[in-house]
Structure formats: structure tokens, C-alpha cells
Design a binder for this molecule. Structure first.
Ligand code: SF4
Length: 316
């Protein structure tokens, strides 16, 4: 991997005192743990478009499909100003080489999901997207995006962090030759990771790579990345992971003693039943991958999709 991952983030999550009330929403995991692997690019849409700190609080009003960004007390409408600013800022962000974005949940500007949108009678529906977050996701639909609230869920956290590391490796691939031969290598090393998210996308991507010569280089890269990111957005469940673990075991099953086979099967069962986290069967499998020096498995990012220090697989 070439250097730290660059991620956009809502400024208040890094402790910037940019909120309407002059406060912040510092997220310790993001700043102090994930921050060790990330160069953050902070963005505060409301302040960067010229509003002061403190300022009047805002909310979304109208329908979830066409929300307006308005101040709560005086009803001043900032939608057009925000969209105009966002268009310019997104052009700058495009050059920032980002691998993803962490948005502030529930914000009418920065929230990416389930933001309150008030109808004419003042009744909220939790179906909106913040104005800036919406513009960002429309412009960069394949970039991994999450909000800090959802990242408290261990499964969603692991999923997002896995995706940003895959995206970084994809960028590294594009920066090198980006050739078809390299695409095949990239795909081969990600096969089991993809399988742990979606058998459907595993098949689609496999076929795409096998037929790579039928496409122009730009075309195949676009198709590949689109299906890759679509597949990885689906969470890796215990059932899907168990399928991958058994698939891996198949590579050296014949070389295990009856006792070793029994031990592995018991650990898979414990994982399947939810008694131990994924790291437990994976640690034992990794031991055998090394012992038998299995080249295909040794190259799989599934065994190490992100730094072990983040301990993400101790909780899924
Ligand atoms: S939620 Fe977004 S707009 Fe609001 S303070 Fe944080 S970064 Fe600024």
C-alpha cells in the first residue's frame, strides 16, 4: 500500500468547534484509532459556505426526495447556496484522492441516511439525506461512505474499513500499470474476500475478468470497480464467512490428521453458533496456510483485509 489512506470526514467529528452551537462531536475511535492509518480531509459544509459559528440551527423541510435546508427559527432557505458551494467544493475534493468519507449522522447538511425531514405540519420522517452528503454520494457513487453512528455497529465498521482498504489497493493498481494482467492478480487476491460478501458478485467478477480481453481497458476497469464495490457493500454474515472458512479448509483437508480436522470443524461450529468471533477460526486457518505453504491462500486479502491492530474481527 502506498502511504496512508485519505478519507474525507465531517470536521466536527475530528473535534472542530464548527457546530451551530460552537461545539464539536469528537469521535475518539475515528481520531485516535482509525486515525493512525488515515490522513483526514475535514469538510464542514455550513462553515465553508460562509456561515458563522455559532449560527442558527437548521433542518430539512419538505419531502425526502426534494428536501430544503432551512433555519429552524427564521425559516431562511440555504439549499441553493449549499448546492452551489458543494458543486465547487466537490471539484476540489475530486483531486484529494479520497478512498471514502465519514459523515456526521443526522445532520441536515452532512447526514447520509435517515435524516429527519419535516413535512408541512412539522412531522418528521427519518428518510432524508443531508444536502452536502447527497451531492457527494451522487458525484462519487462508488466511494465507500458511512456515518459515525453506523460505525458503532461492529459489522458495519468492519465492512466500511474493509472497503476503504480495498479502494486504496484499487487506486494503487490504477497508479501502477493498471494492465489486464494486473487486474487478474488484483482479482485473484481478493477472491475469498469477495466471496465472503456475495457469491453472486464473486461469479460476476470472475466472469468479467475471464472475459477481460473482450473489453476496452477503461470499460473493464469501470465494470469491475462498480461490481466490486456493489458486492462489498453487502455485509459478510456468519453464514457467508463459514462458507469461506470451509472452502479454505478444502485446500489442505487431505493433509490434516483426523484430530486436526475435528478441531477445525469444532471451531467452525462454535463460530457458526456465535460463541467465538471470526478471528478465532481465522487464526487457526492462517496457521495451517503457513504450515502447508499454500500459495493461493497465502495471497488472499481475506486473511488480512485491514491492520490486525484495529481488532475488527474480534467483534464480528
Ligand atoms: S455536521 Fe457537517 S455541517 Fe454540521 S458542524 Fe459537522 S461538519 Fe459542519
Amino acid at each position: 500500500m502506498n502511504g496512508k489512506i485519505r478519507l474525507g470526514i465531517s470536521s466536527c467529528l475530528l473535534g472542530g468547534k464548527v457546530r451551530y452551537d460552537g461545539g464539536h462531536k469528537l469521535d475518539h475511535f475515528l481520531r485516535d484509532t482509525l486515525g493512525n492509518y488515515v490522513d483526514w480531509v475535514p469538510v464542514c459544509p455550513e462553515v465553508e459556505m460562509g456561515l458563522s459559528v455559532p449560527r442558527e440551527a437548521m433542518r430539512l423541510v419538505g419531502t425526502p426526495a426534494y428536501p430544503r435546508l432551512k433555519t429552524i427559527r427564521t425559516g431562511k432557505d440555504y439549499t441553493d447556496r449549499m448546492l452551489k458551494w458543494a458543486k465547487k467544493r466537490l471539484n476540489e475534493i475530486e483531486k484529494e484522492d479520497l478512498c471514502g468519507f465519514v459523515f456526521k449522522s443526522r445532520s441536515p447538511s452532512s447526514g447520509m441516511k435517515a435524516v429527519k425531514v419535516y413535512d408541512e405540519s412539522g412531522v418528521p420522517r427519518y428518510k432524508g439525506t443531508g444536502i452536502f452528503a447527497g451531492a457527494f454520494m451522487e458525484r462519487f457513487p462508488l466511494l465507500p461512505a458511512e456515518d459515525e453512528g453506523r460505525l458503532n455497529d461492529p459489522v458495519l465498521r468492519e465492512n466500511f474499513i474493509e472497503r476503504i482498504f480495498v479502494y486504496q489497493r484499487w487506486k494503487d493498481f490504477l497508479k501502477s500499470t493498471g494492465s489486464i494482467a494486473q487486474l487478474i492478480t488484483f482479482h485473484t487476491k481478493h477472491k475469498l474476500l469477495i466471496l465472503s460478501h456475495s457469491t453472486k458478485h464473486y461469479s460476476i467478477l470472475g466472469r468479467l475478468v475471464a472475459d477481460a480481453k473482450r473489453y476496452k481497458t477503461d470499460e473493464i476497469r469501470t465494470y469491475y470497480l462498480t461490481y466490486l464495490m456493489e458486492g462489498l457493500r453487502l455485509t459478510a454474515t456468519i453464514r457467508k464467512n463459514t462458507n469461506v472458512l470451509q472452502h479454505m479448509m478444502g485446500y489442505f483437508k487431505d493433509r490434516l490428521t483426523a484430530d486436526e480436522k475435528q478441531e477445525l470443524s469444532e471451531i467452525f461450529e462454535k463460530y457458526h453458533a456465535g460463541f467465538v468471533p471470526l478471528i478465532v477460526p481465522l487464526t487457526l486457518l492462517t496457521h495451517y496456510v503457513r504450515k502447508f505453504d499454500e500459495p493461493y491462500l497465502k495471497g488472499q486479502y481475506y486473511l488480512m483485509p485491514h491492520p490486525a491492530e484495529l481488532m475488527l474481527r474480534n467483534h464480528v
